[in-house]
Ligand binder design. Structure first.
Ligand code: FAD
Length: 466
């Protein structure tokens, strides 16, 4: 390749968490790297927007994998070391307490795993030994092996735990925070989520997702990386089984020795000339969400609600599947950003309600229906939620709802699928020699997971090979 200004060692498609983390690794090792992002802001699924004077986070309820300073071998400190960041850079505040609420039982959990073990033992005394054996198996499992054979977590967990209610209760938070599959999850992913949520725990930066995004961008640009917002990649030119150039929405052409794409596997293949779905059979992701954001005139704690996150399920069995209607409020997540151990109160009270939703049905509505159905969906979510937590409806001063259609519009993920396609490409390779996948469809999910994905793909496909 020539040394022209448009020629890079690596092009990264997408400035979400995974693309930014990959970029930092590469720029730190003096690679000429350029991140191309179609949106006018970084963050992708984990971003924010301003509305009516409020800063609203999109994809942050909580960061998983919180561990106190000094712990070294778990994912969060590993990723901080890889990115040459200090724990202070993320300014994380721990959760107070979260719960999983089913009609018959409630399990509390915090950032102290012993509490969760006590809760399981107290609520399911005949499962004590089984749960202990499951935890031992989880601790022994190498969830980061890039060549691991996919296993069904339902089958593995069911071979230890004989009470289906406990199985459902263990799965509920893990599926909401990381399953691309209906009613199941790959066991390696289950282990990642189990450790990240139950064994380690939840935290959030005092000011929310901007803390993480600003830190990553500053680090990346500080190492000399180029970030180009409003510069989507429209197609990739291929010759002799290699990408030879990326064509931007503007028509500009960039060349690079390697391309890392964080936009999803099928989404990436669609950039290739002559892409034929039948040659690359891969199920599209289906699991998407509606999120209702409620700004309150007081702190939720003043209304008697001090839980950080409530995962709820109102029916006998927990069903995690694409609903047949626009939204399914019978289960969901209630997150309260105020209820972390913050230094100072947030500017306003806030409650976020997240429910499973059907992209196709939302997408089929005309503009007027779409608006009306968002209002109905909000009413339905509120009605369900105030059966579980103090009625805060009288304190709402502003509400906003975003749908699978919004998620698709701002991130390009097919069907607005938050966790991407059900089958992951663990080693990040594609049939094109110099084109690799990171992020959602590589398989490490969530905020911490996607940063680890970007790091490991940059290490594996670029730094270890050059
Ligand atoms: C409502 C909601 C709540 C969530 N809550 C949590 C949570 O509490 N905790 C947690 O850990 N995770 C949470 N997540 C998940 C988390 O946000 C994601 O797993 C993570 O951000 C994924 O990052 P990524 O880099 O893999 O992908 P993305 O964020 O999707 O990044 C891909 C980027 O590529 C860009 N792009 C797409 N096509 C192109 C193109 N052709 N050219 C250039 N750029 C392109 C997109 O605009 C996007 O910025 C939540 C997500 C949502 C939607």
């Amino acid at each position: 390749m020539s040394g022209s200004a448009m020629d890079y060692d690596v092009l990264i498609i997408g400035a979400g968490m995974s693309g930014l983390a990959a970029g930092i690794r590469l720029a730190y090792f003096d690679k000429r790297v350029c991140i191309l992002e179609r949106h006018h802001r970084v963050g992708g699924l984990s971003s924010y927007y301003h509305r009516k004077g409020y800063d609203i986070d999109v994809g942050l309820h909580a960061m998983t994998n919180y561990v106190p300073k000094g712990v070294r071998l778990t994912p969060l400190p590993k990723l901080l070391r890889q990115l040459k960041l200090q724990p202070e850079d993320f300014d994380l505040r721990q959760q107070r307490m979260s719960v999983t609420r089913f009609p018959e039982k409630t399990l509390r959990f915090s950032n102290d795993f012993n509490l969760f073990v006590e809760e399981v033992n107290r609520n399911f005394p005949n499962q004590t030994d089984n749960f202990q054996k499951l935890v031992a198996a989880i601790r022994d499992y190498d969830e980061l092996a890039l060549d691991a054979k996919p296993l069904s977590a339902r089958e593995v967990v069911g071979s230890y735990i004989s009470d289906p209610l406990l199985v459902d209760m263990l799965f509920c938070p893990l599926m909401f925070y990381g399953s691309a599959q209906e009613n199941d999850i790959e066991f390696g992913q289950f282990v990642i989520m189990f450790k990240g949520i139950y064994c380690e725990g939840f935290a959030r930066p005092q000011i929310g997702i901007r803390q993480i995004l600003d830190t990553l961008v500053k680090k990346y640009e500080g190492h000399g990386g180029t970030l180009r917002l409003r510069n989507g990649v429209q197609s990739l030119r291929v010759s002799n089984g290699r990408v030879e150039a990326a064509v931007l929405d503007s028509g500009e052409v960039l060349t690079a020795a390697r391309i890392i794409s964080s936009i999803g596997y099928i989404e990436t293949l669609r950039l290739l000339p002559d892409y034929q779905p039948s040659r690359f059979p891969c199920d599209e992701g289906q699991m998407s969400l509606v999120e209702s954001v409620l700004v309150l005139d007081k702190e939720p704690v003043e209304l008697g609600y001090d839980t950080t996150i409530t995962f709820y399920n109102g029916s006998e069995r927990f069903s995690y599947r694409k609903p047949d209607q626009l939204v399914d409020v019978s289960s969901g997540v209630i997150c309260c950003p105020n209820n972390f151990q913050l230094d100072k109160p947030l500017p306003e009270g806030m409650i976020r309600i997240t429910n499973l939703a059907n992209y196709g049905l939302w997408n089929a509505l005309n503009e007027e229906e779409y608006k009306a159905r968002k209002a109905v969906s909000l009413e339905q979510a509120l009605e369900q939620v105030v059966k579980l937590i103090p009625d805060f409806r009288g304190s709402i001063v502003y509400s906003d709802v975003f749908t699978p259609k919004t998620i698709h519009r701002f991130t390009g993920h097919i069907n607005g699928a938050v966790y991407g396609a059900p089958n992951k490409i663990k080693n990040g390779a594609t049939h094109i020699e110099n084109l690799f996948i990171c992020g959602t469809d590589q398989g490490f999910l969530g905020i911490v997971g996607s940063m680890l994905s970007g790091i490991s793909m940059a290490n594996y496909h670029v730094l270890q090979k050059t």
